[in-house]
Design a binder for this molecule. Structure first.
Ligand code: HEM
Length: 509
C-alpha cells in the first residue's frame, strides 16, 4: 500500500503529461483565432493536409474564415488566408516570426548539411552579386552555350526527321542539365580529346546526374514530411552519398567556368573553416534549390503555349522580331546564335506568359516559427493573439493565384494577364476594391523569398526562345487535355503533372 500511492501518482502524472504533449488540453483563448485540433490526438489534421493541402485549407477556410489555427503532427499552425493582410506576415520582425529555424532543420534532415550562422548572409550576398544585374549577363551567356550544346545535339542531323519525347521529361532534362553546367562548370576544353570530347563529357555526366536527381525528386515529398518507408530511406541514403560526391568541392574544382555564385559561397565557407564534407553537402542543397523548380516550370510554359495557339503566335512574333533587330538569323548548318541578357529584356509578352505560368503552377507554402507572443493585425482592423511556440503560414497559391477576384477566370491560362493594354507590365490587381500588393507569389516573399529568382526567369525565357527559333514542335495529340497537377507536391514550389504529354520536334531550318 505504501508503494501503490506513489506509483499511481506517477502514472497519473505521466498520463496527464502525455495528454498535454498530445495537445488534448489546448483550448482557444480569448482573442485567439478559431482552433481546430482535428480528431486524432497529436497528429491532428496532418493526414488530410498531406493528401491535399489545397483542399484541406479550402475546407478550413469555409469552416472558420480567413484566420484559423490547426494542429498538424504536434505543431499548432495559424494560417492567414486574407491576401490583403499578407504584409503583416511578410514584414513582421524576425524576432517574432522566424524563417531560419525551419530552413536549418530542413536542410539538415533533407540534405545532411549542418547549417552555420553565416549561411543567410553568404547566400544573399552571392545571389545579389551574381544572379542579377551584370552577374546575370554572365550567367545568361553560360546558360546559352550549355543550352545550345544540349538542344542541338539531341536532334538528328537529318533535319526533317521528327523526334518524339515526353514534353515534361524533355524540358526538365534540358533545363536541369544546362542549369547545372552553367552553375557548377564544364569539363575543361583543354583536357585530352579537346573541345568536342569535353562537350560530350558534359552531356553524358549531366545526363547521369539528371536521372539520379529525378529519383531524389520523386522521393522528396515524403522526405520533406519525414514519412519515408525503410526502403525509401535506404534509397535516399544512397542518393545523398552519390550527390555529396557528384557535386563535391573536388569535382567542382576540376571544372572550368564554375559560376561565381557557387564559387563565392564555397570560398566563404572554406574561409570560415567549414569542413569540406559539409561544404559538399551544401553544394547538394544548391543543386537542389537551383534545379528542382525551373525544369518543371519550363514544361508548363511550353505546354501552355502549345495549347494556346494565340499565345504561341504572339510570342513567336516577339522572339523573331528581337532576333531580327540584332541582325541575326538561324541558318542550316550555322545554327549558333548569340542570345544575350539584353535581348531577353525586350520580350514583355514572354515575360507575361512566364508570370502566368508560375501563377498557375508554383505553389510554395511560407512558414514561420512564432518566437514571441504577438498580435496579428489584419488589414480590416481585426486583431488576433498568436502564441509563442506556434507556427504561422500562408499559402498564396490558393488565396492569391487562384482567387477569382484578383485573377478573373483563375484556372485559365491567359498569356497577356500581366500586360497593360499599352504593352507594359501590369502590376495593378484588386480585391474588394483594394490594390493587392502581393498579387503573384511564386518566389515566396520576405526573408524566404527565392534569392535566385532573376536567373530562373531568364532560364525559362532562354529555353522557350531557343525552342521557338530552332524547332518546329507540336503535341502528338493536339486535343490532349492538360494533365492534372500532382497535389502531393503542394507547398514545395513548382508543381509537377500527374503524367507526361507526348510531343515531337524537328529543326525548323
Ligand atoms: C521556377 C523556378 C524557381 C522557383 C519557382 C523558385 C521558388 C523558390 C521559393 C518559393 C523559395 C522559398 C522556399 C521557402 O520559403 O522555403 C526558394 C528558395 C530558394 N531558391 Fe528558388 N525558385 C526557383 C529557381 C531557383 C534557381 C534557379 C535558383 C538558383 C540559381 C534558386 C535558388 C534558391 C535558393 C538558394 C533558395 C533557398 C533560400 C533560403 O534558404 O533562404 N531558385 N525558391
Amino acid at each position: 500500500m505504501g508503494l501503490l500511492l506513489p506509483m499511481l501518482f506517477t502514472i497519473f502524472v505521466a498520463l496527464v503529461g502525455g495528454l498535454y504533449v498530445l495537445g488534448v488540453f489546448r483550448k482557444r483563448r480569448p482573442g485567439e483565432p478559431p482552433l481546430d485540433k482535428g480528431l486524432i490526438p497529436w497528429l491532428g489534421h496532418v493526414l488530410e493536409f498531406r493528401r491535399d493541402t489545397f483542399k484541406f485549407l479550402e475546407r478550413m477556410k469555409k469552416k472558420h474564415g480567413d484566420v484559423f489555427t490547426v494542429q498538424l503532427a504536434g505543431n499548432y499552425i495559424t494560417f492567414l488566408q486574407d491576401p490583403l493582410s499578407f504584409g503583416a506576415f511578410v514584414k513582421e520582425s524576425r524576432k517574432k516570426l522566424d524563417f531560419n529555424t525551419f530552413a536549418e532543420q530542413m536542410v539538415y534532415r533533407v540534405f545532411g548539411y549542418v547549417p552555420i550562422e553565416e549561411d543567410y548572409h553568404i547566400l544573399h550576398s552571392s545571389s545579389n552579386k551574381h544572379l542579377k544585374g551584370e552577374g546575370l549577363d554572365v550567367m545568361t551567356e553560360a546558360m546559352m552555350s550549355n543550352l545550345q550544346n544540349l538542344m542541338l545535339h539531341s536532334v538528328s542531323s537529318d533535319q526533317k526527321t521528327w523526334k518524339e519525347d515526353g514534353l515534361f521529361m524533355y524540358s526538365y532534362n534540358i533545363v536541369f542539365r544546362a542549369g547545372y553546367l552553367a552553375l557548377f562548370g564544364n569539363v575543361p576544353h583543354k583536357s585530352e580529346g579537346g573541345e568536342e570530347q569535353a562537350k560530350e563529357k558534359d552531356r553524358s555526366q549531366s545526363e547521369t546526374l539528371f536521372y539520379e536527381f529525378r529519383k531524389y525528386d520523386q522521393l522528396f515529398p515524403n522526405l520533406a514530411l519525414g514519412v519515408l518507408s525503410p526502403k525509401q530511406q535506404w534509397e535516399v541514403d544512397r542518393l545523398q552519398t552519390f550527390f555529396w560526391d557528384a557535386v563535391s568541392v573536388q569535382k567542382m574544382k576540376a571544372n572550368d567556368n564554375i559560376s561565381r555564385w557557387v564559387w563565392d559561397m564555397h570560398q566563404a565557407k572554406e574561409e570560415l573553416g567549414v569542413k569540406e564534407s559539409n561544404i559538399n553537402k551544401y553544394l547538394f542543397v544548391l543543386l537542389w534549390a537551383s534545379q528542382g523548380n525551373t525544369g518543371p516550370s519550363s514544361f508548363w510554359l511550353l505546354l501552355f503555349l502549345l495549347k494556346h495557339p494565340e499565345a504561341m503566335k504572339a510570342i513567336r512574333e516577339e522572339v523573331d522580331e528581337v532576333l531580327k533587330e540584332t541582325g541575326q538569323e538561324v541558318q542550316p548548318g550555322c545554327p549558333l546564335i548569340n542570345l544575350t541578357h539584353e535581348m531577353l529584356t525586350k520580350t514583355p509578352i514572354l515575360d507575361s506568359a512566364v508570370e502566368e505560368t508560375l501563377r498557375l503552377t508554383a505553389a510554395p507554402l511560407l512558414l514561420r516559427a512564432v518566437l514571441q507572443n504577438m498580435t496579428l493585425k489584419m488589414a480590416d482592423g481585426r486583431e488576433y493573439f498568436i502564441r509563442e511556440g506556434d507556427r504561422m503560414g500562408i499559402f498564396p497559391y490558393e488565396d492569391v493565384h487562384l482567387d477569382p477576384e484578383i485573377h478573373p477566370d483563375p484556372l485559365s491560362f491567359k498569356y497577356d494577364r500581366f500586360l497593360n493594354p499599352d504593352g507594359s507590365k501590369k502590376t495593378d490587381f484588386y480585391k474588394a476594391g483594394k490594390k493587392v500588393k502581393f498579387h503573384n507569389m511564386p518566389w515566396g516573399a520576405g526573408v524566404s523569398m527565392c534569392p535566385g529568382r532573376f536567373f530562373p526567369t531568364n532560364e525559362l525565357k532562354q529555353f522557350v526562345f531557343l525552342m521557338l527559333i530552332y524547332f518546329e514542335f507540336e503535341l502528338m495529340n493536339p486535343d490532349e487535355k492538360i494533365p492534372e497537377i500532382d497535389f502531393r507536391r503542394c507547398g514545395l514550389g513548382s508543381m509537377q503533372p500527374v503524367r507526361d504529354v507526348q510531343f515531337r520536334y524537328r529543326l525548323r531550318y
